[in-house]
Design a protein around this ligand. Structure first.
Ligand code: NAD
Ligand code: GLY
Length: 361
Protein backbone atom coordinates (compact mmCIF):
# COMPACT_ATOMS: atom_id res chain seq x y z
CA UNK A 1 0.00 0.00 0.00
CA UNK A 2 1.19 3.53 -0.76
CA UNK A 3 -0.06 6.49 1.23
CA UNK A 4 0.12 10.14 0.39
CA UNK A 5 -1.23 13.18 2.11
CA UNK A 6 -3.42 16.01 0.91
CA UNK A 7 -1.84 18.87 2.86
CA UNK A 8 -4.76 21.03 3.84
CA UNK A 9 -3.97 21.98 7.44
CA UNK A 10 -6.80 20.93 9.73
CA UNK A 11 -8.62 19.41 6.74
CA UNK A 12 -5.60 17.31 5.67
CA UNK A 13 -6.24 13.64 4.90
CA UNK A 14 -4.50 10.53 3.62
CA UNK A 15 -5.01 8.76 0.28
CA UNK A 16 -4.28 5.04 0.54
CA UNK A 17 -3.63 3.24 -2.76
CA UNK A 18 -3.20 -0.53 -2.97
CA UNK A 19 -4.72 -3.95 -3.47
CA UNK A 20 -7.37 -5.44 -1.21
CA UNK A 21 -7.97 -2.32 0.85
CA UNK A 22 -11.78 -2.61 0.82
CA UNK A 23 -11.85 -5.25 3.50
CA UNK A 24 -9.29 -3.48 5.72
CA UNK A 25 -11.67 -2.09 8.33
CA UNK A 26 -8.53 -0.88 10.12
CA UNK A 27 -8.03 1.84 7.52
CA UNK A 28 -11.56 3.16 8.07
CA UNK A 29 -12.24 2.68 11.78
CA UNK A 30 -9.85 5.41 13.06
CA UNK A 31 -11.75 7.94 10.93
CA UNK A 32 -15.23 7.20 12.31
CA UNK A 33 -16.62 9.64 14.89
CA UNK A 34 -19.22 7.15 16.07
CA UNK A 35 -19.88 3.55 15.18
CA UNK A 36 -22.44 4.27 12.47
CA UNK A 37 -21.89 4.61 8.73
CA UNK A 38 -24.10 5.00 5.69
CA UNK A 39 -22.51 3.41 2.64
CA UNK A 40 -23.80 5.10 -0.50
CA UNK A 41 -23.32 3.13 -3.70
CA UNK A 42 -25.26 2.15 -6.81
CA UNK A 43 -27.00 -0.85 -8.35
CA UNK A 44 -23.88 -1.89 -10.31
CA UNK A 45 -21.27 -1.56 -7.58
CA UNK A 46 -23.37 -2.88 -4.66
CA UNK A 47 -23.42 -6.54 -5.76
CA UNK A 48 -19.66 -6.39 -6.46
CA UNK A 49 -18.25 -4.62 -3.42
CA UNK A 50 -20.81 -3.55 -0.80
CA UNK A 51 -20.45 -6.59 1.44
CA UNK A 52 -16.64 -6.58 1.10
CA UNK A 53 -16.53 -3.24 2.85
CA UNK A 54 -19.62 -3.60 5.07
CA UNK A 55 -18.88 -6.95 6.73
CA UNK A 56 -15.53 -6.04 8.37
CA UNK A 57 -17.16 -2.87 9.70
CA UNK A 58 -20.09 -4.84 11.15
CA UNK A 59 -17.61 -7.29 12.66
CA UNK A 60 -16.02 -4.32 14.42
CA UNK A 61 -19.39 -3.33 15.90
CA UNK A 62 -20.25 -0.57 13.43
CA UNK A 63 -23.92 -0.10 12.48
CA UNK A 64 -24.05 -0.07 8.68
CA UNK A 65 -26.83 1.45 6.60
CA UNK A 66 -26.67 1.09 2.83
CA UNK A 67 -28.15 3.44 0.27
CA UNK A 68 -28.27 2.01 -3.24
CA UNK A 69 -28.79 4.59 -5.98
CA UNK A 70 -29.67 4.11 -9.64
CA UNK A 71 -26.54 4.00 -11.83
CA UNK A 72 -25.68 6.70 -14.33
CA UNK A 73 -24.65 10.30 -14.94
CA UNK A 74 -28.30 11.07 -15.73
CA UNK A 75 -29.07 10.39 -12.05
CA UNK A 76 -26.50 12.86 -10.72
CA UNK A 77 -29.28 15.28 -9.85
CA UNK A 78 -31.39 16.70 -7.04
CA UNK A 79 -33.91 13.82 -7.16
CA UNK A 80 -31.18 11.26 -6.45
CA UNK A 81 -29.66 13.48 -3.79
CA UNK A 82 -33.11 13.43 -2.18
CA UNK A 83 -32.95 9.63 -1.99
CA UNK A 84 -29.79 9.90 0.13
CA UNK A 85 -31.35 12.46 2.48
CA UNK A 86 -34.48 10.26 2.75
CA UNK A 87 -32.45 7.23 3.82
CA UNK A 88 -30.37 9.24 6.31
CA UNK A 89 -33.46 10.74 7.92
CA UNK A 90 -35.42 7.47 7.93
CA UNK A 91 -32.50 5.87 9.76
CA UNK A 92 -32.18 8.85 12.14
CA UNK A 93 -28.55 9.38 11.20
CA UNK A 94 -26.80 11.89 13.44
CA UNK A 95 -23.98 14.39 13.01
CA UNK A 96 -21.44 11.71 13.93
CA UNK A 97 -22.62 9.33 11.20
CA UNK A 98 -20.02 8.95 8.46
CA UNK A 99 -21.11 8.67 4.83
CA UNK A 100 -18.97 6.34 2.73
CA UNK A 101 -19.05 6.86 -1.05
CA UNK A 102 -18.46 3.48 -2.71
CA UNK A 103 -18.34 3.82 -6.49
CA UNK A 104 -17.25 6.05 -9.32
CA UNK A 105 -17.29 9.80 -9.61
CA UNK A 106 -21.06 10.05 -9.80
CA UNK A 107 -21.56 8.30 -6.45
CA UNK A 108 -18.60 10.23 -4.99
CA UNK A 109 -19.86 13.66 -6.07
CA UNK A 110 -23.44 12.94 -4.91
CA UNK A 111 -22.38 11.46 -1.57
CA UNK A 112 -19.91 14.25 -0.88
CA UNK A 113 -22.58 16.86 -1.50
CA UNK A 114 -25.06 14.98 0.69
CA UNK A 115 -22.38 14.89 3.42
CA UNK A 116 -21.68 18.61 3.02
CA UNK A 117 -25.34 19.50 3.46
CA UNK A 118 -27.00 16.83 5.66
CA UNK A 119 -27.37 18.36 9.15
CA UNK A 120 -25.12 21.15 7.75
CA UNK A 121 -22.24 18.73 7.43
CA UNK A 122 -21.34 15.18 8.43
CA UNK A 123 -18.01 13.39 7.85
CA UNK A 124 -17.49 11.38 4.68
CA UNK A 125 -15.03 8.92 3.21
CA UNK A 126 -14.25 8.27 -0.44
CA UNK A 127 -13.84 4.67 -1.64
CA UNK A 128 -13.43 5.18 -5.40
CA UNK A 129 -13.90 2.12 -7.63
CA UNK A 130 -13.31 3.55 -11.12
CA UNK A 131 -9.97 4.65 -12.52
CA UNK A 132 -11.37 8.14 -13.02
CA UNK A 133 -12.47 8.38 -9.42
CA UNK A 134 -9.18 6.96 -8.10
CA UNK A 135 -7.06 9.47 -10.02
CA UNK A 136 -9.27 12.52 -9.82
CA UNK A 137 -12.78 12.86 -8.45
CA UNK A 138 -12.26 11.28 -5.01
CA UNK A 139 -9.42 13.68 -4.21
CA UNK A 140 -9.82 17.38 -3.57
CA UNK A 141 -13.29 17.83 -2.16
CA UNK A 142 -15.29 18.97 -5.16
CA UNK A 143 -18.78 17.60 -4.63
CA UNK A 144 -22.05 18.30 -6.39
CA UNK A 145 -24.74 17.51 -8.88
CA UNK A 146 -25.71 18.48 -12.42
CA UNK A 147 -28.48 20.93 -13.30
CA UNK A 148 -30.48 20.48 -16.51
CA UNK A 149 -28.91 23.77 -17.69
CA UNK A 150 -25.32 23.00 -16.72
CA UNK A 151 -22.94 20.28 -15.60
CA UNK A 152 -21.79 20.24 -11.94
CA UNK A 153 -23.35 23.67 -11.41
CA UNK A 154 -24.61 22.97 -7.87
CA UNK A 155 -22.16 21.82 -5.23
CA UNK A 156 -19.74 22.50 -2.42
CA UNK A 157 -16.07 22.17 -1.61
CA UNK A 158 -16.08 19.55 1.13
CA UNK A 159 -13.09 17.35 1.91
CA UNK A 160 -13.29 13.67 2.85
CA UNK A 161 -11.67 12.19 5.97
CA UNK A 162 -9.70 9.64 3.96
CA UNK A 163 -9.57 8.20 0.42
CA UNK A 164 -9.23 4.44 0.01
CA UNK A 165 -8.36 3.46 -3.57
CA UNK A 166 -8.43 -0.32 -3.90
CA UNK A 167 -6.85 -1.02 -7.27
CA UNK A 168 -8.29 -4.55 -7.37
CA UNK A 169 -11.74 -3.05 -7.94
CA UNK A 170 -10.54 -1.99 -11.39
CA UNK A 171 -10.59 -5.66 -12.46
CA UNK A 172 -14.35 -5.47 -13.00
CA UNK A 173 -14.37 -2.09 -14.71
CA UNK A 174 -15.57 -2.17 -18.34
CA UNK A 175 -12.89 -1.26 -20.94
CA UNK A 176 -14.76 1.86 -21.99
CA UNK A 177 -14.72 3.15 -18.39
CA UNK A 178 -11.01 2.36 -18.03
CA UNK A 179 -10.31 4.47 -21.10
CA UNK A 180 -12.47 7.29 -19.75
CA UNK A 181 -10.31 7.31 -16.61
CA UNK A 182 -7.16 7.49 -18.72
CA UNK A 183 -8.35 10.85 -20.09
CA UNK A 184 -7.90 12.40 -16.64
CA UNK A 185 -4.56 10.61 -16.16
CA UNK A 186 -3.28 12.04 -19.47
CA UNK A 187 -4.55 15.46 -18.33
CA UNK A 188 -1.95 15.65 -15.53
CA UNK A 189 0.83 15.08 -18.05
CA UNK A 190 -0.55 17.77 -20.32
CA UNK A 191 -1.07 20.49 -17.71
CA UNK A 192 1.95 20.12 -15.40
CA UNK A 193 3.95 16.92 -15.70
CA UNK A 194 5.71 16.58 -19.05
CA UNK A 195 7.84 13.65 -17.82
CA UNK A 196 4.68 11.76 -16.86
CA UNK A 197 3.29 12.44 -20.34
CA UNK A 198 6.39 10.81 -21.84
CA UNK A 199 5.99 7.85 -19.44
CA UNK A 200 2.38 7.56 -20.57
CA UNK A 201 3.37 7.60 -24.24
CA UNK A 202 5.68 4.67 -23.49
CA UNK A 203 3.36 2.75 -21.15
CA UNK A 204 -0.20 3.36 -22.29
CA UNK A 205 -0.38 -0.22 -23.62
CA UNK A 206 0.47 -1.61 -20.16
CA UNK A 207 -2.33 0.47 -18.67
CA UNK A 208 -4.84 -0.73 -21.26
CA UNK A 209 -4.13 -4.37 -20.38
CA UNK A 210 -4.37 -3.40 -16.68
CA UNK A 211 -0.85 -4.39 -15.69
CA UNK A 212 -1.06 -3.88 -11.89
CA UNK A 213 2.33 -2.18 -11.45
CA UNK A 214 1.70 0.25 -14.28
CA UNK A 215 -1.78 1.08 -12.97
CA UNK A 216 -0.50 1.59 -9.43
CA UNK A 217 2.22 3.92 -10.71
CA UNK A 218 -0.20 5.95 -12.85
CA UNK A 219 -2.74 6.25 -10.03
CA UNK A 220 -0.10 7.29 -7.50
CA UNK A 221 1.51 9.85 -9.81
CA UNK A 222 -1.89 11.27 -10.75
CA UNK A 223 -2.83 11.61 -7.07
CA UNK A 224 0.51 13.28 -6.28
CA UNK A 225 -0.24 15.84 -8.99
CA UNK A 226 -3.82 16.35 -7.84
CA UNK A 227 -2.87 16.59 -4.15
CA UNK A 228 -0.23 19.24 -4.91
CA UNK A 229 -2.65 21.36 -6.89
CA UNK A 230 -5.43 21.05 -4.32
CA UNK A 231 -3.08 21.86 -1.43
CA UNK A 232 -1.95 25.01 -3.27
CA UNK A 233 -5.43 26.19 -4.27
CA UNK A 234 -8.23 24.32 -2.52
CA UNK A 235 -11.08 26.56 -3.66
CA UNK A 236 -9.93 27.18 -7.21
CA UNK A 237 -8.93 30.80 -7.09
CA UNK A 238 -6.04 30.10 -9.47
CA UNK A 239 -3.97 27.03 -10.29
CA UNK A 240 -6.70 24.47 -9.57
CA UNK A 241 -8.63 25.65 -12.62
CA UNK A 242 -5.89 24.02 -14.75
CA UNK A 243 -7.39 20.66 -13.75
CA UNK A 244 -10.28 21.68 -15.98
CA UNK A 245 -8.31 21.25 -19.20
CA UNK A 246 -10.81 20.25 -21.87
CA UNK A 247 -13.69 20.48 -19.41
CA UNK A 248 -15.44 23.64 -20.64
CA UNK A 249 -15.78 22.09 -24.09
CA UNK A 250 -16.33 18.65 -22.54
CA UNK A 251 -19.14 19.75 -20.24
CA UNK A 252 -20.86 21.27 -23.27
CA UNK A 253 -20.60 17.88 -25.01
CA UNK A 254 -21.97 16.00 -21.98
CA UNK A 255 -24.91 18.36 -21.58
CA UNK A 256 -25.54 18.87 -25.30
CA UNK A 257 -25.64 15.14 -26.03
CA UNK A 258 -27.70 14.40 -22.89
CA UNK A 259 -26.02 13.41 -19.62
CA UNK A 260 -24.66 9.86 -19.81
CA UNK A 261 -24.44 9.53 -23.61
CA UNK A 262 -20.78 10.54 -23.73
CA UNK A 263 -18.80 9.44 -20.67
CA UNK A 264 -17.18 12.29 -18.76
CA UNK A 265 -13.66 11.12 -19.68
CA UNK A 266 -14.61 10.79 -23.34
CA UNK A 267 -15.98 14.33 -23.40
CA UNK A 268 -12.82 15.56 -21.65
CA UNK A 269 -10.61 13.88 -24.29
CA UNK A 270 -12.50 15.43 -27.21
CA UNK A 271 -12.68 18.75 -25.31
CA UNK A 272 -8.93 18.66 -24.70
CA UNK A 273 -8.33 18.32 -28.44
CA UNK A 274 -10.55 21.37 -29.03
CA UNK A 275 -8.57 23.35 -26.45
CA UNK A 276 -5.40 22.12 -28.20
CA UNK A 277 -6.74 23.26 -31.56
CA UNK A 278 -7.34 26.76 -30.17
CA UNK A 279 -3.89 26.73 -28.52
CA UNK A 280 -2.35 25.84 -31.89
CA UNK A 281 -4.26 28.64 -33.62
CA UNK A 282 -2.79 31.00 -31.02
CA UNK A 283 0.70 29.76 -31.82
CA UNK A 284 1.15 28.07 -28.43
CA UNK A 285 1.18 24.41 -29.54
CA UNK A 286 3.09 22.95 -32.46
CA UNK A 287 1.70 20.53 -35.02
CA UNK A 288 3.93 17.89 -33.44
CA UNK A 289 2.41 18.53 -29.99
CA UNK A 290 -1.04 18.04 -31.51
CA UNK A 291 0.06 14.79 -33.17
CA UNK A 292 1.43 13.44 -29.87
CA UNK A 293 -1.84 14.26 -28.14
CA UNK A 294 -3.95 12.80 -30.92
CA UNK A 295 -1.89 9.62 -30.80
CA UNK A 296 -2.10 9.05 -27.08
CA UNK A 297 -5.87 9.59 -26.99
CA UNK A 298 -6.31 7.33 -30.05
CA UNK A 299 -4.21 4.62 -28.43
CA UNK A 300 -6.24 4.94 -25.22
CA UNK A 301 -9.41 4.37 -27.29
CA UNK A 302 -10.71 7.83 -26.54
CA UNK A 303 -12.58 10.06 -28.98
CA UNK A 304 -10.68 13.06 -30.30
CA UNK A 305 -13.49 14.51 -32.43
CA UNK A 306 -16.29 16.34 -30.65
CA UNK A 307 -19.87 15.93 -31.88
CA UNK A 308 -21.31 18.57 -34.23
CA UNK A 309 -23.79 20.35 -31.97
CA UNK A 310 -23.56 23.69 -33.81
CA UNK A 311 -21.34 26.63 -32.91
CA UNK A 312 -24.06 28.58 -31.12
CA UNK A 313 -25.09 25.57 -29.04
CA UNK A 314 -21.46 25.14 -27.97
CA UNK A 315 -21.07 28.83 -27.16
CA UNK A 316 -24.34 28.84 -25.20
CA UNK A 317 -23.41 25.78 -23.14
CA UNK A 318 -19.84 26.96 -22.59
CA UNK A 319 -21.21 30.22 -21.20
CA UNK A 320 -22.61 28.24 -18.27
CA UNK A 321 -19.25 27.36 -16.75
CA UNK A 322 -17.93 27.94 -13.27
CA UNK A 323 -14.86 29.70 -14.68
CA UNK A 324 -16.93 32.47 -16.31
CA UNK A 325 -15.89 35.91 -14.97
CA UNK A 326 -17.90 39.04 -15.86
CA UNK A 327 -19.64 37.04 -18.57
CA UNK A 328 -16.36 36.05 -20.25
CA UNK A 329 -15.67 32.35 -20.73
CA UNK A 330 -12.16 31.58 -19.47
CA UNK A 331 -10.50 28.52 -20.95
CA UNK A 332 -7.62 26.29 -20.01
CA UNK A 333 -5.18 26.43 -22.91
CA UNK A 334 -1.80 24.84 -23.40
CA UNK A 335 1.54 26.51 -24.00
CA UNK A 336 3.32 23.23 -24.70
CA UNK A 337 3.05 19.71 -23.34
CA UNK A 338 3.22 19.97 -19.56
CA UNK A 339 2.28 23.66 -19.38
CA UNK A 340 -1.22 25.11 -19.24
CA UNK A 341 -2.77 28.50 -18.46
CA UNK A 342 -6.26 29.73 -17.65
CA UNK A 343 -7.17 32.69 -19.80
CA UNK A 344 -10.07 34.73 -21.05
CA UNK A 345 -7.67 36.50 -23.36
CA UNK A 346 -8.09 34.68 -26.66
CA UNK A 347 -9.54 36.10 -29.88
CA UNK A 348 -13.25 35.21 -30.08
CA UNK A 349 -12.80 34.64 -33.80
CA UNK A 350 -10.22 31.90 -33.17
CA UNK A 351 -12.60 30.13 -30.79
CA UNK A 352 -15.29 30.27 -33.50
CA UNK A 353 -12.78 28.81 -35.98
CA UNK A 354 -12.02 25.96 -33.56
CA UNK A 355 -15.73 25.25 -33.16
CA UNK A 356 -16.25 25.56 -36.91
CA UNK A 357 -13.59 22.89 -37.45
CA UNK A 358 -15.92 20.40 -35.71
CA UNK A 359 -18.74 21.13 -38.13
CA UNK A 360 -16.41 20.66 -41.11
CA UNK A 361 -14.65 17.54 -39.85
P1 NAD B 1 -19.38 6.73 -12.92
O1 NAD B 1 -19.41 7.10 -11.51
O2 NAD B 1 -20.64 6.88 -13.71
O3 NAD B 1 -18.85 5.24 -13.06
C1 NAD B 1 -18.75 4.67 -14.32
C2 NAD B 1 -19.50 3.34 -14.42
O4 NAD B 1 -18.73 2.31 -13.83
C3 NAD B 1 -20.83 3.32 -13.71
O5 NAD B 1 -21.74 2.54 -14.45
C4 NAD B 1 -20.49 2.62 -12.40
O6 NAD B 1 -21.60 2.00 -11.78
C5 NAD B 1 -19.50 1.59 -12.87
N1 NAD B 1 -18.55 1.11 -11.89
C6 NAD B 1 -17.97 1.79 -10.89
N2 NAD B 1 -17.02 1.04 -10.31
C7 NAD B 1 -17.02 -0.14 -10.95
C8 NAD B 1 -16.24 -1.31 -10.81
N3 NAD B 1 -15.22 -1.39 -9.96
N4 NAD B 1 -16.53 -2.35 -11.63
C9 NAD B 1 -17.53 -2.27 -12.54
N5 NAD B 1 -18.26 -1.17 -12.74
C10 NAD B 1 -17.99 -0.12 -11.95
O7 NAD B 1 -18.27 7.58 -13.72
P2 NAD B 1 -16.80 8.04 -13.35
O8 NAD B 1 -16.08 8.09 -14.63
O9 NAD B 1 -16.24 7.28 -12.23
O10 NAD B 1 -17.03 9.53 -12.82
C11 NAD B 1 -17.53 10.53 -13.66
C12 NAD B 1 -18.14 11.61 -12.80
O11 NAD B 1 -17.14 12.17 -11.98
C13 NAD B 1 -18.74 12.75 -13.59
O12 NAD B 1 -19.99 13.08 -13.06
C14 NAD B 1 -17.76 13.87 -13.38
O13 NAD B 1 -18.38 15.14 -13.44
C15 NAD B 1 -17.24 13.59 -12.01
N6 NAD B 1 -15.92 14.15 -11.72
C16 NAD B 1 -15.77 14.81 -10.56
C17 NAD B 1 -14.54 15.32 -10.22
C18 NAD B 1 -14.35 15.99 -8.89
O14 NAD B 1 -13.30 16.58 -8.68
N7 NAD B 1 -15.29 15.88 -7.99
C19 NAD B 1 -13.45 15.16 -11.08
C20 NAD B 1 -13.64 14.46 -12.27
C21 NAD B 1 -14.89 13.95 -12.58
N1 GLY C 1 -11.52 17.77 -11.46
C1 GLY C 1 -11.22 19.14 -11.24
C2 GLY C 1 -10.86 19.49 -9.84
O1 GLY C 1 -10.90 18.68 -8.95
O2 GLY C 1 -10.57 20.60 -9.59
Amino acid sequence: MQTLNVALGERAYPIHIGENLLSSGDLLLPHLKRKQVAIVTNTTVAPLYLEKIAQPLRDAGVAVISVILPDGEQYKNSATLGLIYDALLQNRCERGTTLIALGGGVVGDLTGYAAATYLRGVPFIQVPTTLLAQVDSSVGGKTGINHPLGKNMIGAFYQPQVVLADTLTLDTLPDRELSAGLAEVIKYGLIRDADFFVWLEQNIGRLLVREPQALAYAIHRSCVNKAEVVAADERESGERALLNLGHTFGHAVENGMGYGVWLHGEAVAAGTMLAADLSRRMGWLSDNDILRMQKIFDTANLPTKAPALGIDVYLGLMGLDKKVVDGKVRLVLQQGIGKAVVTGDYPAQLLRETLQSIEHA
